[in-house]
Design a protein around this ligand. Structure first.
Ligand SMILES: NC(=O)c1ccc[n+]([C@@H]2O[C@H](COP(=O)([O-])OP(=O)(O)OC[C@H]3O[C@@H](n4cnc5c(N)ncnc54)[C@H](OP(=O)(O)O)[C@@H]3O)[C@@H](O)[C@H]2O)c1
Length: 327
């Protein structure tokens, strides 16, 4: 095997143009890890934040961007029973996905769902791990509940709409155009609110309030989310596209017995991520194999054109997942 690989690195914090093709040494798998020859790598908004210097890789992770991908295992470290070399997998990566080869914990790999192409499978891990742990574990969404997800046409949003619907919740969502709203309805949302024209607080309050809100916007959405929640409702915060600092009257939280929580996936322990992978395999992979849930694909770009992929994501003209063709 050659010892170097093609990759795309962040040359300095900045716009999409700082993403440049480079040659790097192929990483080596350590104990409990696998080396994957990637065919496809998913692009996620956290990659954009990392490129801008606002989302550092955790200690020990590759400095290359890329949190997920799919391909074939080509080597393993000690202590790995599955997946063995020759197995095709999709995997959550601690970083390093914008490359021909990436290393990750064996326990963060999942089988390719039956009947699914590697291109689609590459787009599963980051959003499915994030949605599962935040909506179903942390937020404890139940069948029959009213669930509001902001950014319904995003990678996260398209996943959350489908999973919440599949588990019997009533799904409400916000998006920034009629086309995006139509896509959200086609995925199973009962109501898609064009936030440029309608007030989501009013819509949800007319329905009795949201039992759970999954929010990535923050800023002035924080007090508005609190208003849109039903008594005992849960607000789960996974990002702050409009900023994390805001004045909030916490008396509402107390008087209406609300819960405000949130999490970010990347800094969590290997064990925590392995447990999420196990839960996904049990509860979600059968839905993917049955075709009841599927990643929504926007566009693919060659690895060397990662800058164009980022520009598309930042234009917010995409619906669903953007993916890099690596092999
Ligand atoms: N906590 C975690 O572990 C975790 C993991 C993965 C992702 N995330 C976060 O989840 C979010 C979605 O990620 P993704 O990869 O799915 O990204 P994405 O596809 O780029 O989605 C971002 C969405 O947010 C909406 N948006 C952008 N700027 C906005 C603004 N200022 N106000 C309101 N809406 C805005 C856009 O839709 P409209 O055109 O409709 O506005 C867009 O669809 C990101 O913020 C990301 O950082 C968190």
């Amino acid at each position: 095997m050659t010892r170097t690989m093609r990759a795309v690195e962040i040359t300095e914090p900045g716009g999409p143009e700082v993403l440049k093709p480079v040659t790097r040494p192929i990483p080596e798998p350590g104990h409990g890890q696998v080396l994957i020859r990637l065919h496809w790598a998913g692009v996620n908004r956290p990659d954009v934040l990392q490129r801008g210097g606002n989302y550092s890789p955790p200690p020990g992770a590759s400095d290359l961007p890329g949190l997920e991908g799919a391909g074939e295992v080509v080597a393993t470290g000690a202590g790995v029973d599955w997946p063995l070399p020759g197995t095709q997998v999709c995997a959550l990566l601690p970083g390093g996905g914008y490359a021909e080869y990436a290393v990750t914990a064996a326990a963060h790999c999942l089988p390719i769902p039956q009947g699914m192409a590697l291109r689609e499978a590459a787009c599963l891990p980051e959003t499915f791990f994030t949605v599962w742990t935040n909506v179903f574990q942390r937020g404890a969404l139940q069948a029959g509940e009213r669930f509001l997800v902001h950014g319904g046409s995003s990678g996260i949003g398209t996943t959350a709409i489908q999973l919440a619907s599949a588990f019997g919740a009533r799904v409400f969502t916000t998006a920034g155009s009629p086309e995006k709203c139509a896509a959200c309805l086609a995925l199973g949302a009962e109501r898609a609110i064009n936030y440029r024209e309608e007030d989501f607080v009013e819509v949800l309050r007319n329905e009795g309030g949201a039992n759970q809100i999954l929010d990535m916007v923050g800023g002035d959405y924080l007090p508005r989310n609190v208003k849109a929640l039903a008594d005992e409702g849960r607000l789960v915060q996974i990002a702050f596209l409009q900023g994390p600092t805001v004045a909030l009257n916490f008396a509402h939280v107390m008087m209406r017995r609300l819960t405000i929580t949130g999490s970010t996936l990347r800094p969590q322990s290997d064990l925590a991520k392995a447990r999420i992978a196990e839960a996904l395999k049990t509860h979600v992979w059968p839905l993917l194999a049955a075709g009841r849930v599927a990643p929504v694909m926007d566009r693919d770009f060659p690895l060397a054109e990662a800058a164009a992929a980022h520009a598309r994501m930042e234009s917010s003209s995409h619906i669903g997942k953007i993916v890099l063709r690596v092999a």
